[in-house]
Design a protein around this ligand. Structure first.
Ligand code: ADP
Ligand code: MG
Length: 885
């Protein structure tokens, strides 16, 4: 394909061997990128591009020193590139190069942040009929060795699981590759790189073999079907092929069951700002607010809890019990957290050991972390409340005796404070290995002999100005000052003359020199061998390290929940199996941190499971609803909650549709997104779900919007029967409370005194006073004609339950009547008083001419509170002009 020869030619032909996006090739002390790759890398990482000429052609070239490769690789991979690394090795005839590893987002070991880093595969069930086949999924985190499989009944569920694990790289199976809709959603909603791994890796038999090879017969006990096994097999194959070399740390396969967890779709995770805010910041997220963990593994686990709330009452009560005990035992908690402060990330260290990249300091980190376990256990054991709590079981899960043995093994082996590079020597304690001790002893003897040589020579031969030293070219030498140089003994052999001195050697010195070199080499070799042995030994204990790491992380996460509860006066919610949701003086967990928060109640039960929330703009509707969702979610991770008292019936899913602003950025039409999410909620929510709808229907013309909101409410109430909170600015919906038995109105109160509006932030029963908006418009300086006309329109709406617009074809008022009792629109009344059927079926808009309709839409879209009076006035003038035309 290419004419290039020489080093660039080699680069280009290696490049053809790999499907990685970029290739970097070792050339001596540098890793180089050439040609197009050089330009991409230079662009991304602000590297300097130089030109490499090769047989008359010139190629861009960018390079990094061998020792600096890792940070560059990391940066490229974090930008979504897959980078192949070709190493240079010696051969008989010079050297050759070979691709040793492909570093990809899902197989990057050198991660610096504490987040989980999942590599996922998704495989469709090809044996299923129908258009929604069901899926098998696998998730592996190479940095910690975690490996899970999951199953999903349909596309929505599969996406929910993908969102939940938030993988950085996804391997779609053969069928999934052809599914543009699914791939589109994955691309849009996940920050993952999509990688098309060879389809053979997904083949059922090959995958099954790979999975058994890795995990043994445990696979049969997982109870998952062929697609999940295929996904797992493909992940293993991929990890192996990319050369990450961490398969050994993947010791355990677990099944993740969606049914055990609260369904949280991607929109809900984002709306509730679980791990990042709508603006994409960590700060201000629910996680950042409640996170007081002392270790990165603890933080990772706490985040996982938030993303995967549980449904099992027994599990949750166990966590609650521990949190309760820890929240009162403040001193013991401090002690535990201090001890945890000394812990390192054991699961990550286990992966590094398996990969062979752990250095001596990493093994020391393992040793130190293993000793945190008994320290934490002691702190728990010596406090009666804690000793009586499920924390004890958490700490019992890892094999404490094995952990103690490994720790003492490491203590006997490695010195207190070893150097970071393995080849530097001085890693091992005396007594660890006899041969090494022998070598070191002899080495020191010879060194001692050399150190004292100068003194001896002075004395024996009556010389002054004698030093013994060593350098690269001369090796060891005896240096004698010029004045004394003539008096050296006969067996001295001169090797160099300097300005003020001469250098000599002797047979004996040369012999000692050879011995020193031999001993140094042997010592280095031996230490390296012993170190590798020890590291492999640690790698074989990966499972133990993961267990200990998990136990410490669990204690850390529970202590963090306890700390937050104690510091913020949170209470232990009463978890129940029924439909009740009663929160007394609830607060929003994040907003309460920065505001003088006005607490609010909520009450839902079998007789009242649908609240229509009204209130003026900015009064606190959205906050109120999110607060309810957040409290339920916190309760279902086992946390205390921000309230005075809370009874919480467990839910199987939380669904939200909040605001529309954020969707604009994604380029999908806001209304389309709004409706597809509404559709998802109506399909997936159950009687046991909590549904939060915030201004749904706002994205379209008023009549459309009301109709959709109305119908969705009926459906949720009658068919789904989910616990629902629905904030709406469509006042018409408050009429539903009269019609549907379990619907109730609440409103956020506001107060106006002396021209000042005060938002009381207090939620009260009953609908809001609808004229309030107009009043605010008046206060805000909206021109009188507009305010007066609004009052007019409002009057009519009240009396006739009709929405009217002026300026039809005949310039007569046209009316469309929204009948609250039937929830339907009727056509305008005729002059004779009879009803004229709406033209073109039920579409009320067809009675208006298109321009009038557009004016109406514009009118509906104007946010009176947000628009300056002058602009409003000019808008009104413009509408009048358009209507007159
Ligand atoms: P709405 O949805 O009604 O327009 P929001 O829920 O967005 O109103 O709230 C508007 C502002 O009021 C936000 O800045 C929010 O932080 C604040 N707020 C809302 N509820 C409370 C409350 N209970 N106590 C204190 N501040 C609140
Ligand atoms: Mg709002």
């Amino acid at each position: 394909m290419t004419e290039a020869t020489g080093i660039v030619g080699e680069f280009l032909s290696l490049k053809e061997e790999t499907d990685a996006d970029l290739l970097t090739m070792q050339c001596g002390d540098f890793y180089e990128f050439f040609a197009e790759d050089a330009e991409i890398v230079a662009d991304e990482l602000e590297l300097k591009v130089s030109q490499k000429s090769s047989h008359g052609s010139s190629y861009p070239m960018a390079g990094v020193p061998v020792d600096d490769l890792t940070p560059y690789l990391k940066a490229l991979v974090e930008r979504g590139y897959r980078v192949a690394v070709a190493d240079q090795y010696e051969t008989d005839s010079g050297h050759a190069r070979e691709i040793v590893r492909v570093v990809t987002p899902g197989t990057l070991l050198e991660t610096s942040d504490a987040d989980a880093q999942y590599l996922a595969a998704i495989v469709a069930d090809s044996s299923a009929r129908g258009d929604d086949p069901g899926y098998g999924l696998a998730f592996a985190d190479v940095t910690t060795g975690r490996f899970l499989v999951a199953e999903a009944d349909d596309t929505d569920e599969a996406l929910t699981e993908l969102y939940r694990f938030d993988p950085v790289e996804v391997l779609p199976g053969p069928e999934v590759r052809a599914d543009d809709d699914l791939l589109g959603l994955v691309r849009e909603r996940l920050k993952a790189t999509l990688t098309l791994h060879e389809t053979e890796a997904f083949a059922p038999r090959r995958a099954d073999h790979a999975v058994r090879e890795q995990f043994g017969e445990r696979v049969d006990r997982l109870g998952v079907g062929e697609p999940a096994v295929a996904a797992a097999g493909a992940v293993l194959d991929y990890v192996e092929e990319t050369g990450a070399g961490v398969l050994a740390s993947m010791t355990r396969i677990q099944a993740h069951r969606g049914d055990d967890h609260v369904t949280l779709d991607a929109t809900t995770q984002r709306n509730l700002e679980l791990t990042e805010t709508m603006q994409g910041e960590r700060e201000g997220s629910l996680f950042a607010t409640i996170d007081h963990t002392a270790t990165s593994a603890g933080g990772r686990l706490l985040k996982e809890w938030l993303q995967r709330p549980r449904r099992s009452l027994a599990d949750l009560e166990r966590r609650q019990e521990s949190v309760a005990a820890l929240s009162t035992a403040a001193l013991a908690r401090d002690e535990i957290q201090d001890a945890l402060g000394e812990a390192y990330d054991l699961a990550r260290l286990a992966s590094k050991a398996s990969h062979g990249s752990a250095d001596a300091r990493d093994l020391v980190a393992v040793r130190e972390t293993l000793s945190v376990l008994p320290a934490v256990a002691d702190a728990v054991g010596s406090n009666p409340d804690l000793a009586d709590s499920p924390l004890v079981d958490v700490l019992k899960r890892p094999d404490r005796e094995d952990a103690r043995e490994l720790r003492s093994e490491l203590e006997d082996a490695i010195v207190e404070d070893p150097p970071s590079t393995v080849t530097q020597g001085e890693l091992f304690r005396e007594g660890y290995d006899d041969e090494l001790d022998g070598v070191i002893e002899r080495h020191e003897e010879v060194r001692e002999w050399l150190d004292t040589l100068a003194e001896r020579e002075k004395r024996q031969h009556g010389l002054s100005h004698v030093t013994v030293d060593r350098n690269k070219t001369d090796g060891y030498y005896i240096q004698v000052g010029k004045s004394a140089a003539d008096g050296v003994p006969g067996h001295y052999e001169q090797i160099k003359t300097l300005k003020n001195s001469k250098r000599f050697t002797t047979d004996e010195l040369e012999e000692k020199e050879r011995e020193v070199l031999r001993l140094e080499e042997r010592r280095g070799e031996l230490e390296y061998e012993l170190f590798e042995e020890l590291r492999d030994e640690v790698a074989t204990r990966a499972e133990l390290l993961q267990d200990v790491g998990r136990a410490l992380a669990t204690v850390d996460a529970l202590a963090s929940l306890a700390t937050h509860a104690a510091e913020n006066r949170w209470v232990e919610p009463d978890l129940r199996r029924d439909d009740r949701l009663e929160i007394e003086q609830g607060r929003h967990p994040v907003v309460e941190q920065t505001t003088e928060f006005v607490p609010n109640d909520v009450r839902l039960d079998e007789e009242r499971d649908f609240l229509v929330v009204t209130g003026p703009n900015m009064s606190g509707k959205s906050t109120y609803m999110r607060q309810v969702a957040a409290i339920v979610l916190l309760a279902q991770i086992g946390s205390f909650v921000p309230a005075k008292d809370a009874e919480i019936g467990l839910v199987d899913g939380i669904f939200t549709r909040v605001g529309a602003l954020d969707e604009l950025a994604q380029g999908r039409s806001t209304f389309m997104v709004e409706m597809s999410e509404l559709s998802n909620i109506l399909h997936t929510a159950t009687e046991e779900s909590l549904v939060i709808l915030d201004e749904v229907g706002r994205g379209t013309a008023t009549y459309d919007g009301i109709s959709i909101a109305w119908a969705a409410t009926e459906y949720l109430h009658n068919e789904v029967r989910a616990k629902t909170l629905f904030a709406t600015h469509y006042h018409e919906l408050t009429g539903l409370a009269e019609k549907l038995p379990r619907v109730a109105n609440v409103h956020v109160a506001a107060d106006e005194r002396d021209g000042e509006v005060t938002f009381l932030r207090t939620v009260r029963d009953g609908p809001t006073d609808r004229s309030y908006g107009i009043h605010v418009a008046d206060l805000a300086g909206v021109p009188d004609p507009v305010v007066d006309r609004s009052r007019d329109v409002l009057e009519r709406l009240r009396e006739e339950k009709a929405i009217e617009a002026k300026g039809g074809a005949s310039n007569e008022p046209v009316q469309t009547v929204f009948d609250v009792s039937s929830g339907q629109f009727r056509g305008p009344a005729n002059a004779d008083g009879g009803e004229r059927p709406t033209a073109e079926g039920d579409d009320p808009k067809s009675t208006l001419d298109p321009e009038t309709e557009r004016v109406l839409e514009d009118l509906a879209d104007v946010d009176v509170n947000e628009t300056p009076p002058v602009e409003l006035l000019s808008k009104v003038r413009e509408w009048q002009r358009r209507l007159e035309e």
